[in-house]
Ligand binder design. Structure first.
Ligand SMILES: Cc1cc2nc3c(=O)[nH]c(=O)nc-3n(C[C@H](O)[C@H](O)[C@H](O)COP(=O)(O)OP(=O)(O)OC[C@H]3O[C@@H](n4cnc5c(N)ncnc54)[C@H](O)[C@@H]3O)c2cc1C
Length: 491
């Protein structure tokens, strides 16, 4: 029986583990934290339960596929609830615009707010559907393992058809005319940790996921996805080791032969899969001389995606104005991206995203709302210093919300702040980035680090820093893809 060692128990590592164990591989997975699921992490503050990380779930079929490929029923593991009008966008002038996968809801709002957009909405849906279907056919199901994978004629032709040279902002401007509506759509760039004024229009496919397929929530918390994956992996015989940090990848004759834990224990394997953020873990766990194609200097030149400043608060009441997802836009969205990507600083007029999962699932916090408040933040600088006073920045966020009619301060029962430095240290995330490399530069958007090491045979990469990209469904897909690539090698 072939043996696989997996470094990191995020969604990527877990989906590889399940797929391989189901095909008879002996899998051992090592996770440095206590919990499995990586950035999809449960946080409990007295009676208030939170999902850290993925609060917006799209592509439910991807998570179900991981379970169902083993012959199990996904309904036995988690219940996905489709959210109706899933996100309320609120602007400083009081304009409200709800995102929904119900076309009628969208059209009736657009007729009032953006008649041009209403007229174009059908062709907009058609185009974002085309973009998604192309990605689904050519990019999402493949592992990128060598340069040959990039130069296949079919892929090259597909690349040209996904609007690689247009920016997201210009794409949305071609369908909508109200600047507020364009801002609401431009926010999709942040789902890949990038700026709408730089990232290619290809990523308008994210709008397809939300506007056509819809946004989901898992009853009892999105963390149920990770818990289900871990429990299924265990049933299939995967050795799941928490609080087991890997110190290095063992390499012999340019081939990965296992891993060594911080404890000094060595575990030999035929294949090693790195789910830990490769931008950080590859340089740390493999000496530079073993990876001439991935020198430290190359990593330093990559532009990391955005990070996040998060405040989780337990509230002693329910705020009726908060939907499951609510976004309070700043009055200068472009400035916010300039602050983050050009000046590499925190915005003093941030756009504020709030997830209130108790809106859908009151049992998660029976005594009042459980608010996960997120503001985009720059990735940490190379020297790793946090550039902000967390308490002062939290106050600025609360003051901004108060000026918009959401007064939290007198109602807070529990509170926890998580900064980019915490994200970097807790998950080993490169410079605290949420999604690996940003997609701002065309080269980085389309040429993410590959799913295998160019220098070390049998060393594979899964997760947000590799193909197909960041975000919970994408990393899960990368776990499936890499497992299938290993299975193919053994056939
Ligand atoms: C604040 C925030 C909000 C987000 N919002 C969304 C959202 O709404 N929707 C969405 O789809 N996605 C969202 N994401 C992104 C999503 O969480 C990630 O893309 C995805 O969970 C990453 O999964 P992964 O498998 O790549 O890696 P991770 O989850 O990072 O897992 C990697 C694991 O490797 C472990 N590890 C690292 N080094 C070692 C080592 N040396 N030894 C052993 N273990 C190690 C880490 O502890 C970690 O558990 C968000 C992320 C954050 C942080």
């Amino acid at each position: 029986m072939k043996k696989v060692a997996i470094i990191g128990g995020g969604l990527g590592g877990l989906s590889s583990a399940i797929t391989l164990a189901n095909k008879g591989f002996h899998v051992e997975l090592f996770e440095k934290n206590q919990h499995f699921g990586g950035k999809l992490m449960p946080i409990q503050l007295s009676d208030y339960s939170f999902d850290f990380g993925p609060n917006t779930i799209t592509m439910p079929s991807v998570f179900k596929r991981v379970i169902e490929q083993t012959g199990s029923r996904s309904e036995d593991y988690f219940e996905m609830i489709k959210l109706d009008n899933h996100t309320r966008n609120i602007f400083p002038d009081g304009t409200q615009f709800d995102f929904s996968s119900n076309q009628q809801v969208m059209l009736s709002q657009l007729q009032e707010l953006d008649p041009t957009g209403a007229g174009n909405y059908h062709s907009f849906l058609k185009e974002i559907t085309r973009l998604f279907k192309l990605s689904e056919q050519y990019f999402l199901p493949r592992t990128f393992r060598s340069w040959r994978d990039y130069v296949s004629p079919s892929l090259g032709a597909a690349m040209l058809r996904v609007r690689p040279l247009q920016t997201l902002d210009s794409f949305f401007q071609s369908y909508f005319s109200n600047p507020r509506i364009i801002e609401a759509y431009n926010r999709y760039a942040t789902y890949i940790g990038s700026s709408p004024f730089q990232a290619p229009a290809t990523f308008a496919m994210i709008a397809y996921l939300e506007m056509v397929e819809g946004v989901y929530y898992v009853k009892g918390g999105n963390v149920k996805i990770a818990e289900s994956f871990a429990s299924l992996a265990m049933k299939l015989g995967v050795g799941l080791h928490s609080e087991s940090e890997v110190k290095r990848v063992l390499v012999s004759g340019k081939k990965a032969t296992g891993i060594e834990l911080q404890s000094g224990e060595k575990v030999m394997a035929d294949y090693v899969i790195m789910n830990a953020d490769l931008l950080k873990a590859y340089p740390e766990l493999v000496p530079e001389k073993e990876r001439p194609s991935f020198k430290n200097e190359k990593v330093d030149k990559l532009e990391p995606s955005i990070s996040a400043f998060v405040v989780m608060v337990g509230i002693n009441k329910r705020f009726p104005q908060l939907k499951h997802h609510t976004v309070y836009f700043s009055d200068d969205y472009r400035q916010e991206f300039n602050d983050i990507f050009i000046h590499k600083t925190y915005s003093d007029k941030p756009t504020i995203y709030i997830c209130n999962s108790s809106h859908t699932d009151p049992d998660r916090s029976p005594k009042g709302d459980n608010l996960f408040i997120l503001v985009n933040a720059p990735a940490l600088p190379l020297d790793g210093n946090l550039q902000i006073d967390p308490v002062a920045y939290k106050e600025l966020i609360f003051e901004t919300l108060s000026s918009r009619g959401l007064d939290l301060t007198d109602h807070i029962v529990e509170e926890k702040i998580i900064t980019p430095s915490d994200i970097a240290s807790q998950f080993g995330a490169y410079r605290g980035a949420l999604y690996g490399v940003s997609a701002n530069r065309k080269k980085d958007a389309f040429l993410r680090p590959q799913n295998t090491s160019k220098d070390i045979k049998h060393l594979f990469f899964v997760g947000g820093s590799t193909h197909p990209g960041g975000g919970s469904p994408m990393v899960t897909i990368s776990g499936l893809n890499v497992a299938h690539a290993i299975i193919e090698l053994e056939q």
